[in-house]
Design a protein around this ligand. Structure first.
Ligand SMILES: Nc1ncnc2c1ncn2[C@@H]1O[C@H](COP(=O)(O)OP(=O)(O)OP(=O)(O)O)[C@@H](O)[C@H]1O
Ligand SMILES: O=P(O)(O)O[C@H]1[C@H](OP(=O)(O)O)[C@@H](OP(=O)(O)O)[C@@H](O)[C@@H](O)[C@@H]1OP(=O)(O)O
Ligand SMILES: [Mg+2]
Ligand SMILES: [Mg+2]
Length: 336
């Protein structure tokens, strides 16, 4: 914790800090290591402003200086790739057990492979009166693209198939997905790949954002359904752009209620709670779809670490409350 001057004496601290006069406050210091794109989308003025009012200060981590020489931090927030950075964080966690590192690098690493990413969902086998949550059937092809047609036939996977790079490291390439209408065309793609059954879902997906215990769901436009007729008439593999990320929100669209209805809250609560535990993560989102024609059959198709929270409604309130929930009560601003 950093000890601060009494309220009002520090330049630029403004009138909104809200600590009583003549008392010392302790700021919760959050060091962040994010790409410039992420910093821009996440650390928006409305977040920094609200955070400051609540006694939270965001400080950029300087990559040219040892982490231990910086801070002291209460929390380290990060989304950077690379082995070197992971090692720096692991060492820092060992030497600074009092600092909350969001999230542990090895837990994040688990999401860097599209096969292991969904394993926790498959293992859960979640099914209750609110619905059933699974993952689409999938097959991993490590090498040798020429083996794909036979592998697909033997696995019983049905077409169309979504081909996704096995490695999900945030690179542009790791988001280059294709939709294949016949199994022979898949030979054109470059393994390592995950081949996943395409599940018709009415062209709308649910982004389920998780911040600690908080959950927010939004609708996004997604790939349209593929009819049997269309499938029988089409061949080839088609690259498709980053639909879910680029697509406009589908929250205000005039949609078929059977497609647009959000997944039941109790189901999401259970799913999120269990995934937080199994993945050891507190900051992630899920892409979830409802099988078209069903009311309660859901699939998780993607999990992302530290996603675009800037697009989550009320993220600034949710995130600041979450950060405060991580520090001991004595540091929190007293209300009233
Ligand atoms: N099994 C599937 N069935 C139907 N549609 C799918 C399936 N898998 C992916 N999609 C569609 O393709 C989009 C991209 O897939 P996915 O979310 O796995 O990729 P990503 O590159 O990890 O995306 P993000 O930008 O969310 O990280 C999904 O948002 C959805 O529209
Ligand atoms: O671009 P945004 O900030 O919105 O966030 C996207 C984020 O990009 P960034 O972390 O590089 O910024 C992506 O991460 P990488 O796969 O590239 O690691 C991935 O998590 C997307 O799902 C996020 O979009 P969302 O799922 O929230 O729509
Ligand atoms: Mg996705
Ligand atoms: Mg993803």
């Amino acid at each position: 914790m950093r000890e601060e001057m009494p309220y009002g004496t520090e330049e630029g601290e403004g009138e909104e800090v809200g600590f009583p006069n003549n008392t010392h406050k302790r700021l919760v210091v959050v060091g962040y290591a994010l790409t410039s794109k992420k910093t821009k989308s996440f650390l928006q003025p409305k977040l920094e402003g609200l955070a400051r009012n609540k006694g939270i200060l965001f400080v950029a981590i300087d990559h040219n200086r040892p982490l231990s020489d910086q801070g002291p931090f209460d929390i380290v927030l990060h989304k950077l790739s690379g082995k070197e950075w992971r090692q720096i964080l692991e060492d820092y966690r060992q030497t600074h057990p009092e600092v909350t590192v969001l999230d542990p690098p090895d837990a994040i690493q688990h999401l860097h492979n599209r096969q292991s990413m969904l394993q926790a969902v498959a293992d859960m086998n979640l099914s209750d009166s609110y619905g059933k949550v699974g993952v689409p059937r999938q097959l991993v092809v490590k090498r040798d693209a020429s083996s794909i047609p036979d592998a697909v036939a033997n696995s019983g996977l049905t077409l169309p198939i979504v081909a996704k790079p096995l490695v999900n490291d945030g690179s542009v390439k790791s988001h280059e997905l294709s939709l294949a209408f016949d199994r022979y065309s898949l030979q054109k793609l470059e393994p390592p790949l995950v081949l996943q059954e395409f599940v018709n879902h009415g062209g709308v997906l649910f982004k389920v954002y998780i911040v600690g215990e908080a959950i927010k769901v939004v609708r996004r436009f997604s790939l349209p359904d593929v009819s049997k007729r269309e499938l029988s008439k089409t061949a080839g593999v088609y690259r498709f752009p980053r639909v879910s990320c680029a697509a406009a929100s589908a929250d205000d669209a005039d949609l078929d209620p059977g497609i647009a209805e959000l997944p039941p809250r109790p189901l999401l609560e259970r799913l999120a709670k269990e995934l937080r535990r199994r993945l050891g993560l507190r900051l992630f989102n899920l892409d979830m779809i409802r099988e078209h024609g069903t009311r309660d059959r859901f699939y998780v198709i993607d999990i992302n670490y530290f996603p675009g929270y800037g697009k989550m409604p009320e993220y600034e309130h949710i995130f600041t409350d979450f950060l405060l929930s991580l520090v001991p009560a004595k540091y929190k601003k007293r209300s009233g």
